[in-house]
Write a protein that binds this ligand. Structure first.
Ligand code: NAD
Length: 477
């Protein structure tokens, strides 16, 4: 892997200052034109992306379409259709002490922004935030992951064709390149990756008091309740778990299944796996529809989680085959996983689902609340009271009822984590706001009460100030 030259990074960063100041004045139409140019250049390389994804981790063209092009195209369409509206100043009503004034929120580009992306959805997680950054009027430097070199190189070529470096640039490389970028005083950093690296990014940003959006990961818990439609739960959960070979930040990590439906759920899951990937171990290993693990090191990591659980007494219910040389792990369900197993502690990020039987929902909720707040939480249930209880008593970045992963795809919903799973939001209007400074503007009025607070304070004026403060006890109309 070749790192980018830090001097060149600095030159490009410096060159973006003039553009960033100019782009403060950019109109919605200019921003739309930039997004359209990017869209057309990306779609012109559709076939080349198929090849790059195949080369990097054998991701099939239909999955590239559904999980890379589709979210980016949706983000582009949304931004093109809405950016004019998003840019409009937001007028606010005066509060009681501000009567007579006018106030509004002005959306300004943050300026020069940095996007650091992971490997698991390399196109979607680079170009998705890029669209929001362009919609908000920023210059951008992107650092894609070093683990998907073919896709990163192709994105670099596209960016180079569409934008001068002084507008948008992409630097390939690993940790050294990321560190060189993090040394610079960007106006905002949008990072997607692991909580461990998120902490490094936030510490680096603190040196310049650069604002951050952190889109992180973690173990997203899943509940299949007593009243769940077990067939639906199996169909949807098996999709969300094995999409992209299980390497999805919002994949269901492990599932708590009510004891009364656990056997039926397992049976349905096995049927779904067989119908999608093949009935024999051989067929499953050779299916074109299961994305491989990104590299041998990660395959080994996921396999170690499996072996640790098995050594401690867990049982394989289906799958279990591992071929590190081929970066392959079969779609696998395990149960009877003992407490303390690593697979229950670390984000799995691979095609293995631990199934945990339960009898008391309160115990499941207590367990979820004893862990870092997850990126997503899923529940399959027909009992509205049970759904409400789970939503009210737990916290997570997002949640989905009777499906999984799809909350990511809804452009009008904020996408982000909470504490350990992230800070801030992406997508649509929320993505635009992540890359904008919300500047508060107040136009003064001769009626403003503030004059009363200027010294000197006569007896009468002191009384009046006390009365004004006391009046704030009255409820708002
Ligand atoms: P990662 O944190 O290892 O790497 C992410 C990026 O950070 C890469 O570009 C990498 O080169 C860079 N990086 C790595 N070490 C660094 C360091 N010491 N200093 C500066 N930069 C460094 O994550 P990953 O393995 O690429 O991706 C998997 C993780 O990302 C999982 O935890 C997953 O849940 C999370 N993720 C989150 C989202 C989301 O939207 N919330 C989406 C996808 C993945």
């Amino acid at each position: 892997m070749v790192e980018s030259d830090p001097r060149r990074i600095r030159e490009v960063f410096d060159s973006q200052l003039e553009t960033a100041l100019r782009w403060r004045l950019s109109t919605a139409n200019e921003r739309i034109a930039r997004i359209k140019k990017l869209r057309d250049a990306m779609m012109a390389q559709r076939e080349a992306f198929y090849e790059a994804f195949m080369q990097d981790y054998r991701k099939s063209p239909p999955e590239v379409e559904a999980s890379e092009f589709l979210p980016v195209m949706d983000e582009m369409r949304h931004a093109i259709g809405r950016v004019k509206r998003w840019m409009k100043p937001l007028k606010v009503w005066p509060t009681s002490t501000m009567l007579g004034t006018s106030g509004w929120v002005q959306y300004q580009p943050r300026g020069r922004v940095l996007i650091i992306a992971p490997w698991n959805y390399p196109l979607s997680l680079c170009f998705g935030p890029l669209v929001s950054a362009l919609a908000a009027g920023n210059t951008v430097i992107i650092k894609p992951s070093e683990m998907t070199p073919a896709v990163s190189a192709l994105m670099g070529r596209i960016i180079g064709e569409v934008f001068p470096h002084a507008e948008v640039a992409l630097f390939e490389g690993g940790t050294a390149t990321a560190q060189a970028l993090l040394d610079l005083p960007f106006d905002h950093i949008f990072f997607t990756g692991s909580p461990a690296v998120g902490k490094i990014v936030m510490a680096a940003a603190a040196k310049h008091l650069t604002s951050v959006t952190l889109e992180l990961g973690g173990k997203s818990p899943t509940i299949v309740g007593e009243t769940a439609d077990v067939k639906l739960a199996a169909e949807t959960l098996m999709w969300g778990k094995f999409l992209n070979g299980g390497q999805t930040c919002v994949a269901p990590d492990h599932v708590y299944v009510h004891d009364s439906v656990k056997d039926a759920f397992m049976t349905e899951c096995r049927k779904v796996i067989q119908s999608r990937y093949g009935t024999s171990a051989h067929e499953q290993k050779h299916t074109a529809d299961l994305t491989r693990i990104v590299n041998q090191r990660h395959t080994q990591r996921v396999a170690s989680l499996l072996y640790d659980a098995l050594t401690r007494g867990a049982a394989i219910q289906t799958g279990g085959e591992v071929d590190v040389a081929q970066c392959y792990i079969a779609p696998t369900l395990i149960d009877r996983v003992p407490t303390g197993s690593q697979i229950l502690e670390e984000e799995i990020f691979g095609p293995i689902l631990p199934v945990i039987g339960y009898s008391r929902l309160d115990a499941v909720i207590a367990e979820i609340n004893s862990r870092p707040k997850p990126l997503a939480l899923y529940i399959w249930s027909k009992d509205q009271k049970e759904i409400d209880k789970v939503l009210l008593q737990t916290s997570s970045g997002g949640a989905c009822i009777n499906h999984c992963v799809m909350q990511f795809a809804h452009g009008e919903l904020p996408f982000g984590g909470v504490n350990n799973s992230g800070i801030g939001n992406a997508h649509g209007h929320y993505g635009f706001k992540a890359f904008s400074h919300e500047r508060a503007v107040l136009r003064s009025s001769p009626l403003m009460l503030v004059k009363l607070f200027y010294p000197p304070f006569s007896e009468a004026r002191r009384g009046l100030i006390r009365k004004i403060v006391d009046m704030l006890r009255l409820p708002m109309i």
